[in-house]
Design a protein around this ligand. Structure first.
Ligand SMILES: [Zn+2]
Length: 185
């Protein structure tokens, strides 16, 4: 399958590029939600966020933040929506992970409002528990309690955690990946 964003990155397809470095590209959307709608994408092809390296995620969002500030200044807007459509069911059309920067102004006519769902207390508690179990420990080094952080090198810790996860969650991991593959656009 051809990827339009990869074609833009490789210079095979025209686009209004507004920023580029060795890892990231940003260009104007040809189907803008508002004037100045920008797409920020890693140069390395990855269909959904789960397939993007931590390093690229880090850089894509840093660049998106920088561009968002620039949009504020240059287009005299009042806000931005930074949106990731992750998976076909979430409205993703291009099979290449990206962050949309959508400039906003009072009365621009764009609607993101929704009717809040009514949940019972026990439904909320169940969801909270399920999510906490699945998410597990913090992934950011800064969030690890000091004693633990001193005992182990961050890299060694990561490897250890990875192995443990593999052993403990072999089957679970597999079904998760299958689910993710199904979601790819
Ligand atoms: Zn691509």
């Amino acid at each position: 399958m051809t990827c339009e964003y990869c074609e833009i990155i490789q210079g095979e397809k025209e686009a209004a590029k507004i920023y580029e470095d060795d890892k990231v590209i940003a260009f104007l959307s040809d189907q803008p939600a508002t004037i100045g709608h920008i797409i920020v994408a890693p140069k390395k092809h990855a269909p959904i966020i789960e397939a993007v390296s931590d390093e690229d995620i880090d850089h894509v969002f840093k660049v998106a933040n920088k561009i968002s500030v620039a949009v504020f200044e240059s287009l005299k807007i009042e806000g931005t929506n930074l949106i990731v459509h992750n998976g076909v069911e979430a409205g993703q059309e291009m099979p290449h992970f990206s962050v949309n920067i959508i400039p906003r102004k009072t009365g621009d006519g764009l609607m993101f409002e929704w009717q809040p769902k009514q949940l019972k207390e026990e439904e909320m508690a169940t969801i909270e528990l399920q999510l906490k179990e699945e998410i597990g420990k913090p992934v950011v080094a800064a969030e690890i309690p000091k004693e633990e952080a001193i005992e182990e090198e961050p890299e060694a810790k990561e490897e250890g955690a990875e192995k443990k996860k593999e052993i403990k969650e072999g089957e679970k991991e597999e079904s998760y990946l299958i689910k993710q593959l199904r979601r790819m656009p």
